[in-house]
Design a protein. Structure first.
Length: 183
């Protein structure tokens, strides 16, 4: 690092930002939000810090979502997801996007569960959405928290990915596939 810095500063008369510069393998560095995998044939992937920033932004949007409807929260989320995916459309790894899509839907289901507040309301809404009466009451009175219930099979059955697609939620994986086919 020292010899490279000296060469750039002395010979090429360039200033080197020590905070941004490092000598490291490519998969440990990020450039414009992207990084590389460590495989034999490296693939372009989204840098972990970029994922963390998106997750924080989504948390911030959905934090105050208890008083809003699901469609309002989705309407607020969509421009951010669409723009983020348009920037990272060159990524070659899809597992991260699948996990992020699932996490977003999990957060939205949790928002619904929290809005219902009481077990009887939960059971009523689960039955209205298509669950049997016995399973709805068992699920509503299971004494688990909103995050656990939003990831449980009863919520996934009642509110699958197709439900969120009908509401217009932007799927990161589907957007990536669509944008990569256009090129």
């Amino acid at each position: 690092m020292a010899s490279i810095t000296r060469f750039l500063a002395d010979t090429l008369k360039l200033t080197v930002n020590a905070a941004k510069s490092a000598v490291a393998p490519p998969w440990k560095r990020k450039f414009l939000g992207y990084s590389l995998t460590w495989h034999q044939a490296p693939k372009l992937k989204i840098a972990p810090t970029s994922l963390t920033r998106l997750e924080d932004k989504i948390r911030e949007i959905l934090k105050g979502a208890r008083g809003r409807s699901l469609t309002t929260a989705i309407t607020e989320l969509n421009p951010i997801l669409r723009g983020w995916m348009a920037y990272f459309k060159l990524t070659e790894t899809k597992k991260v996007l699948e996990a992020l899509d699932g996490w977003i839907r999990h957060k939205l289901r949790c928002m619904l569960w929290r809005q219902w507040k009481r077990p009887y309301t939960c059971a009523t809404n689960l039955m209205r959405a298509g669950l049997t009466e016995e399973r709805a009451f068992r699920s509503a009175f299971n004494q688990r928290g909103p995050w656990w219930n939003s990831g449980a099979s009863h919520m996934n059955q009642v509110f699958p990915k197709s439900f969120f697609d009908r509401l217009g939620l932007v799927s990161l994986l589907d957007t990536m596939r669509r944008l990569q086919c256009v090129q």
